[in-house]
Design a protein around this ligand. Structure first.
Ligand code: CUA
Length: 282
């Protein structure tokens, strides 16, 4: 009797907690409402099964409790019941998986005319690269990476010279424009995640992965690394600012291009070598 009561209490408590839980998604800031829909669908199906199974258990515990003189009826199998359970389970699993396939297809099908930019992950920071005036990102190779060229841009590729580099700064994105995130890692697995965008993707050394979103409201959101990547994993945080297109363009215009940052690095090297030369004369 008490067991049946506890089982019912677990059902009521779980459903009640789900309904009034203070821990719920942050308000969405992208076009991926579908992601929330599929999660909600999964909640409904698994929730229904959870309630049904526990209520049935409570009923059985109560209804078939021990009474003197009663003997259990032995029924090792029931083909009819097994078919029913198999069919219902299959339907439930299909209902949970099928919408995901459609949403996934949209998630990786980038609309024509989407802007492109690159996110570079490394232990333990985020950097970003936007195509310059030519609208194209220059070729890269991890073997080109040096202190002066942290993105590993191919210096021989003219498309790379005007690439805009953002390091140690927030990521900015324009409102209401579809944008394709190209994701690259310099060292180990990372995972680029902005909860409000309902989008995340692993970053794999040697590969360029991607997804796309359209930011649907302005604001400042946290960027998290969602793949354990070493002792600094927890500190691999960033900020993304979604703003009106004009503010975004002003910000972008202030960031250095690859050619500018190379020239600055070279000027620094020259100054150092001049100093060294001066030192050796004395
Ligand atoms: Cu990068 Cu965890």
């Amino acid at each position: 009797m008490i067991v049946a009561f506890v089982l019912l209490l677990v059902v009521i408590g779980s459903v009640g907690f789900h309904l009034i839980s203070p821990w719920w998604w942050t308000p969405i800031a992208s076009n991926w409402g579908y992601i929330d829909d599929t999660i909600n669908l999964t909640f409904w199906i698994t929730g229904f099964v959870f309630v049904a199974v526990l209520t049935f258990m409570a009923y059985c515990v109560f209804r078939f409790r021990h009474t003197k003189g009663h003997k259990a009826h032995y029924e090792p199998e029931s083909a009819k019941l097994e078919i029913w359970l198999s069919v219902l389970t299959s339907l439930g699993v299909i209902a949970m998986l099928t919408p995901g396939l459609f949403v996934w297809y949209q998630f990786i099908t980038v609309p024509d005319g989407a802007d492109e930019f690159e996110v570079l992950g490394q232990q333990w920071m985020w950097s970003y690269r936007y195509p310059g005036k030519d609208g194209r990102l220059g070729k890269t190779d991890p073997r080109n990476v040096t202190a002066d060229n942290p993105f590993g841009i191919d210096t021989a590729d003219p498309a790379g010279q005007d690439d805009v580099l953002v390091q140690g700064e927030d990521l900015h994105l324009p409102l209401d424009r579809p944008v394709k995130f190209l994701l690259r890692s310099l060292d180990v697995l990372h995972d680029f995640y902005v909860p409000q965008f309902r989008a995340k993707m692993d970053m794999i050394p040697g590969m360029i992965t991607y997804f796309w979103i359209t930011p649907t409201r302005t604001g400042t959101f946290d960027i998290l690394c969602a793949e354990l990547c070493g002792v600094g994993h927890h500190a691999m945080r960033g900020i993304v600012v979604v703003e009106e297109e004009s503010a975004y363009k002003d910000w972008l215009a202030q960031q250095p291009t690859f050619a500018q940052s190379l020239a600055k690095a070279n000027a620094g090297t020259r100054r150092v070598s001049t100093l060294n030369a001066g030192g050796s004369v004395r």
